[in-house]
Design a protein around this ligand. Sequence first.
Ligand SMILES: Nc1ncnc2c1ncn2[C@@H]1O[C@H](COP(=O)(O)OP(=O)(O)OP(=O)(O)O)[C@@H](O)[C@H]1O
Length: 238
Amino acid sequence: MRSPDPSPPEAATPKVAFEGACVTIEDRAILLSTTLTLAERRVAIIGANGSGKSTFARLVNGLIAPTAGRVTVDGLDTVADAAKVRRTVGFVFQNPDNQIVFPMVSEDVAFGLKNVGLAKAEIPARIAAELGRFGIAHLAERASHSLSGGEKQMVALCSVLVMRPRLIVFDEPTTLLDLNNRNRLRAAIAALPQSAIVVTHDLDLIGEFDRVLVIEDGRVAADDAPAAAVPWYVGRAS
Ligand SMILES: Nc1ncnc2c1ncn2[C@@H]1O[C@H](COP(=O)(O)OP(=O)(O)OP(=O)(O)O)[C@@H](O)[C@H]1O
């Protein structure tokens, strides 16, 4: 059986292209026509509640489809080539309860691996390595429902990382976490060899990022380095 391709630390950042992508729901424009290319290792999406950040993020791996225009990842259409795109782009939800579906942690982390045809014998080692990397190997045989919020968030992240996507989209990953777990997750994101697009209200998380998009009323209102985009956003909000 063929193993999924490993993602070496230097794996190239996939190129995400929005080509006139819009999302309109019930006659309301949620995301206005957006054309841009993302190819940086760390991209942040910030903006007010309801501005359209999650909608933007969900377009990247085809969780939602544009109602006009298209989004591609390395040239693959997120709708027509959805399965291939999801091999390249993992998605970590804000609330891990939306992501963790199996009663046992190890089953949850194993799920995707079984689907991509990793040899059964290789799965436990892959899971142990991934959980070990985040210091949570001891949770492998725990019931998922018994985990704390922070533990669940780390397990949800491991379930995505174990698939070795080249790009990970995080939707407000630190919102539900206490200070300790927030710091752990910040460190985990900073250390990831993969590329990341992070939707967040946590402006401290993104100071070292390569690029920040500020979404305002369904459009990209600013697109710059953190040193310029963050003060611009803070100025708009105050
Ligand atoms: N399926 C849907 N049906 C109707 N309205 C929707 C749907 N999905 C999103 N919206 C609306 O689109 C707008 C943008 O939502 P989105 O979740 O993208 O915002 P956000 O910037 O991520 O917000 P937050 O910071 O509060 O999470 C909101 O007003 C939301 O209510």
